[in-house]
Design a protein around this ligand. Structure first.
Ligand code: NAD
Ligand code: USQ
Length: 405
């Protein structure tokens, strides 16, 4: 199936902002393998936050130079790396676009952890300034360059909110009859962010809408679910290409955390009742969907293209049960440090990517095994003191968690 999708693609030049990160690195490699010329831009802020949190990727990730050498060593086309802060170095960003003249910019370069964004005023302010400032710099620089550069942004399913039940979540827009006047309109789905981080993705959406209407930019916003897994067909080619794996309570996402906890025989940390339903996608599919988005830019003048980048949905407690049955690990419900609905339904449309020929990887035992093997292989690198929540949404949550643990 894959061969059919990729056989006719046109080689492009792609700048990958945030290409040293968990989603960005495997995507850069996949785009390179498909024949695209790839330039990675990153300020290594994620590695610096590891230093701040006194935590590290479970997998031993290599420096960017070592990663690039390893990729060439396995026959990959050279990938270039530019050390740059997208939010703080506007002139350098503009010059990069003007000199490279890329066909597309893939924008991953944001602070992406909801718990980190809720930690304190400093991390709230950093998240807003970095994410909204960075996104706006990209848009302003594309306009100032005068080039027809397709902007592909990694957004989140979380913009839709998880408080409502019933009905399928469409891909970005809803059709409404506005009152008074019975006017028909297609508008962005209402936004209900659940953290300062998720709020920055909502603000990004408004910027995209404005720049599309005002400057006719071609923009694709990918509303991605929670990513699981570690390696891809590209990152397994050499150990030095290994992807990062976050397990700590700020950056580790739920399924990868559970897999690592199972490997350590640490009771799985289900927050609250575990009735939260969320959307999931495997890291290999993240890379594939982005390649499909790069391949299919919206026409000039068309509304911002929005795809739901999601394979399937699961309740947190069901994930814990599956992993517990697979490994024998205990499950422990702990007070929820977040301010979110205890229970929610979630049905998500993902027909656009499927219509482009994508058939997603789902949570099959074999794939979970692969991650358990990663977790088990590197478990000695784990600092168990980083597993329990250390960020709380508000004072009530802090008190509730403080008394229950
Ligand atoms: P990550 O933190 O591993 O990677 C982000 C990268 O961007 C890091 O390498 C970081 O150093 C870099 N970066 C951040 N700010 C920058 C700046 N100002 N200038 C230059 N580089 C900067 O995160 P990830 O998991 O790879 O997520 C990438 C994107 O995908 C994010 O925008 C995130 O919101 C989105 N996303 C992630 C998930 C997930 O489960 N991981 C799910 C949905 C959406
Ligand atoms: N949860 C637990 N136990 C844990 C960790 C999390 O029960 O040990 C619960 C949380 O309370 C939440 C759910 O699992 O209800 C998901 O949490 P998460 O940390 O896996 O995901 P989230 O905070 O939503 O953020 C992640 C990425 C973010 C991305 C988002 C996609 O970090 O960048 O935008 O997933 S989505 O959730 O679809 O909006």
């Amino acid at each position: 199936d894959d061969d059919a999708i990729w056989s006719s693609i046109k080689a492009k030049k792609v700048v990958v902002l945030g290409g040293d990160g968990f989603c960005g690195w495997p995507t850069a490699l996949f785009l390179s393998e498909l024949g695209h010329e790839v330039v990675v831009v990153d300020n290594l802020s994620r590695r610096k936050i590891d230093v701040e949190l006194e935590c590290d990727s479970l997998t031993p990730i290599q420096s960017m130079n070592e990663r690039m050498r390893a990729w060439e060593g396995v026959g990959g086309s050279p990938i270039r790396f530019v050390y740059m802060d997208v939010a703080a170095e506007y002139q350098r960003l503009l010059q990069l676009l003007e000199s490279e003249k890329p066909d597309a910019v893939v924008h991953f370069a944001e602070q992406r952890a909801a718990p980190y964004s809720q930690k304190n005023s400093a991390t709230k302010r950093y998240t807003v300034e970095n994410n909204v400032g960075g996104t706006h710099n990209v848009l302003a620089a594309v306009v100032e360059s005068g080039l027809d550069i397709h902007v592909v942004h990694l957004g989140t399913m979380g913009v839709y909110g998880y408080g409502t039940a019933g009905g399928e979540i469409p891909e970005g827009y809803i059709d409404v009859l506005m009152q008074p006047g019975n006017r028909e309109a297609r508008i962005l789905h209402p936004m209900y962010p659940g953290s300062v981080y998720h709020a920055t993705k909502c603000l990004d959406q408004i910027l995209f809408q404005f720049y599309q209407r005002n400057d006719q930019l071609r923009i694709t916003d990918l509303h991605q679910g929670i990513v699981w897994g570690t390696n891809t067909a590209q990152t397994v080619k050499d150990e030095r290409l290994v992807n990062r794996f976050d397990y700590d309570s700020d950056y580790g996402t739920v399924l990868n955390r559970f897999l690592m906890q199972a490997a350590l025989e640490y009771p799985l940390t289900v927050y609250g009742t575990g009735g939260q339903t969320r959307a999931f996608i495997h890291i290999q599919d993240t890379a594939k969907c982005i390649a499909l988005a790069v391949e299919n830019p919206p026409k000039s003048g068309a509304m911002v293209e929005i795809f739901n980048q999601v394979a399937e949905t699961h309740r947190v407690r069901d994930l814990a049960r599956i992993i517990s049955e697979m490994t024998g690990c205990e499950v422990k419900n702990i007070s929820n440090p977040r301010n979110e609905a205890d229970e929610n339904e979630l049905v998500v449309a993902n027909r656009k990517f499927q219509g482009l020929g994508w058939s997603p990887i789902t949570l099959q035992a074999g794939l979970l095994d692969e991650v358990v093997n990663i977790a088990a292989k590197y478990k000695d690198r784990c600092d168990v003191s980083k597993v329990l929540p250390s960020s709380f949404w508000n004072k009530t949550r802090l008190q509730a968690c403080g008394t229950s643990q």
